[in-house]
Design a protein around this ligand. Structure first.
Ligand code: NAD
Length: 313
């Protein structure tokens, strides 16, 4: 199989590349290395089945040819991370929406119908704090708009574009809403919580919990995420669907800090930092976020292999 991965030198994309190369597939990655890194794909560069192009996919002239070559496309390239989103709110909209549109147009113009997997995000649920978040919930217009909402809006737009191209031109497309994904190669530079906690615990520095720490998240190991994405792409009945991809074990940031400290055998103290100090602006965090996985499991029979403890270790 020929697999094109946009943003494939990033955290999740590099694990997808690894999965497909291990299976003997040919993998083509395009990435501008804005948040991704050559180190993430370094081990694959010598492999004959791997091709890497460092390029901004907004202006990459070979996009159409690459799309025509592919049997499957994972579109992951995006401006990500709370710090970048707060620093460059307009760029988030411009890059994330335009990159997705350009890719879908390239697929359509190629006249070929590869399986497309679009990376959306649990951020589209906004401040919806239901016990469990189902794909059928309406994405209401947020009443708590902030800079961060731009990222959510860019992903909502990508979903709409993907499903519209799918319906209009019959391109097999599945939209996957990733919940917090963690694991090897994730960088803490852009605001990801677990790499930051682990680094602080290992260095014996204070573990900084933003806000009260009572907010909860559900973390999925990236090695589980990529298996789920592959299963969704391979399944015939996923076309035109939106599917949550994550883990439904919920943990508060206070409990997470404690867990990281224990697993690292660290003496670090756990301190609370107001959002304003952490992000430089008032920031209303989402209180809880936990996915319904009924659709993912029903379609693919997917089961997790990694516990949070194993991921942290
Ligand atoms: P990442 O930053 O590691 O990966 C994104 C990649 O896209 C990077 O390698 C970056 O260099 C590349 N990129 C950005 N703009 C580009 C452009 N114009 N042209 C080419 N490449 C470009 O982040 P990730 O965590 O691996 O995220 C992958 C996807 O999953 C993103 O679309 C993100 O929105 C989505 N997502 C991730 C999470 C998570 O918890 N990690 C949660 C929800 C959604």
């Amino acid at each position: 199989m020929h697999v094109l991965i946009t943003g494939g030198a990033g955290f999740i994309g590099s694990h997808l590349a690894e999965l497909h190369l291990a299976r003997g597939d040919k993998v083509h990655v395009v990435d501008d290395l804005s948040t991704g890194s050559l180190d993430n794909v370094g081990p694959f560069l010598a492999e004959p089945n791997f091709r890497f192009d460092e390029a901004d996919m907004l202006v990459w002239p070979q996009l159409e040819r690459a799309a025509a070559w592919a049997d499957r496309i994972y579109h992951l390239a995006a401006v990500v991370g709370v710090y970048r989103v707060l620093a460059e709110p307009t760029k988030v909209l411009a890059v994330n929406i335009a990159a997705c549109e350009r890719l879908l147009r390239a697929v359509h113009c190629s006249g070929w119908k590869p399986q497309v997997v679009l990376a959306s995000s649990s951020e589209v649920y906004g401040h919806n704090e239901e016990d469990i978040l189902e794909e059928t919930q309406d994405l209401v217009v947020s009443t708590r708009v902030g800079t961060r909402w731009n990222y959510s809006v860019s992903k909502i737009a990508d979903e709409a574009l993907g499903l519209s191209y799918a319906r209009r031109f019959g391109i097999p497309t599945v939209v996957s809403r990733f919940f917090n994904t963690v694991g090897p190669r994730q960088s803490g530079r852009y605001g990801m919580v677990i790499p930051r906690f682990v680094e602080q615990a290992v260095r014996g520095e204070p573990i900084t919990v933003f806000g009260s720490g009572e907010q909860t998240r559900s973390f999925c190991d990236v090695r589980d995420t990529v298996v789920a994405l592959d299963a969704l792409a391979a399944h015939a009945d996923t076309d035109g669907l939106v599917v949550n991809v994550g883990n439904d074990r919920e943990i508060s940031m206070n409990a997470l800090a404690e867990l990281v400290r224990q697993r690292a055998g660290s003496q670090s103290e756990i301190v609370h930092v107001p959002y304003k100090q952490a992000y430089g602006e008032d920031f209303e965090d989402i209180r809880r976020r936990r996915p319904s996985l009924a659709r993912l499991r029903g379609l693919t029979g997917f089961q997790h292999r990694f516990t949070l403890e194993r991921t942290i270790d």
